[in-house]
Ligand binder design. Structure first.
Ligand SMILES: Nc1nc2c(ncn2[C@@H]2O[C@H](COP(=O)(O)OP(=O)(O)O)[C@@H](O)[C@H]2O)c(=O)[nH]1
Ligand SMILES: [Mg+2]
Length: 218
């Protein structure tokens, strides 16, 4: 019984990897940098993207895709920036996959974009296994979640290219232990760079946006 279950899962991931590979080629051909944001629910993905789109649009060619189990709340929040935004509603599925992203982008002119942000479903487990063809995978974790999250969810930190520590404005109130948090990130993903932000206050946004300066300075 068990091997059968394992095989089904392996097939699913193989299919996703193939599609993600095709997406990555499409993104490269169109010259669009794709950023996949992953985190637990409520870590501040939408808030950071609201601030990001507000800072970049309309001067820069940016857009966002946002995944959620239900509701289009986040797409409505992000849409206020005026940038192109599309919601992917996943129903019971706890992550975005390459097929969903390809379907959502079907009628988009990728050549008209420099940067595409994808807000994944809020979950520290499922999104780790699904490549979306992104150029950069960013894991967010907030000061309010507890410093041990990297140790509890090592896979998602391990697969990230950058970490963003969010809600800095609340650090003191929750007696956030920065040294412990950094130690825990380094324990599961040595060398992972961490950018600290407060989307609410606007703190650290320049450092975050600087990550994309090569794409947005032209
Ligand atoms: N104090 C504070 N709250 C924040 C910050 N970023 C997000 N939040 C709040 O945290 C909650 C979840 O944020 P949201 O962006 O929806 O998280 P998501 O589920 O990861 O997209 C909301 O109530 C936000 O207003 C921040 O920088 N500071
Ligand atoms: Mg959100």
């Amino acid at each position: 019984m068990t091997p059968r279950i394992v095989e089904v899962r392996r097939d699913l991931l193989r299919k996703n990897d193939l599609l993600a590979h095709q997406l990555r080629s499409r993104f490269a051909a169109a010259g669009v940098t794709v950023v996949n944001l992953v985190s637990g629910p409520g870590a501040g993905k939408t808030a950071l993207l609201e601030a990001t789109l507000a800072a970049l649009h309309p001067g820069r060619r940016v857009a966002a895709l946002v995944g959620d189990l239900a509701t289009d709340n986040d797409a409505r929040r992000l849409g206020r920036s005026g940038a192109p935004v599309r919601q992917i509603t996943t129903g019971t599925v706890c992550h975005l996959d390459a097929e969903m992203v390809a379907a959502a982008l079907d009628d988009w002119d990728l050549g008209a974009l420099d940067l595409l942000f994808i807000e994944n479903v809020g979950n520290l487990v499922c999104p780790a296994s699904f490549d979306l063809g992104e150029s950069l995978r960013v894991v967010l974790f907030s000061v309010t979640e507890g410093e041990d999250k990297p140790l509890k969810y090592p896979t998602i930190f391990n697969g990230a290219d950058l970490a963003v520590l969010t809600k800095l404005d609340l650090a003191e109130a929750v007696e956030f232990d920065r040294a412990a948090a950094y130690r825990n990130v380094q324990a599961v993903r040595p060398g992972l760079e961490i950018v600290e932000v407060s989307a609410k206050r606007g703190t650290g946004l320049d450092g975050w946006l600087a990550r994309f300066s090569a794409r947005i300075s032209a």
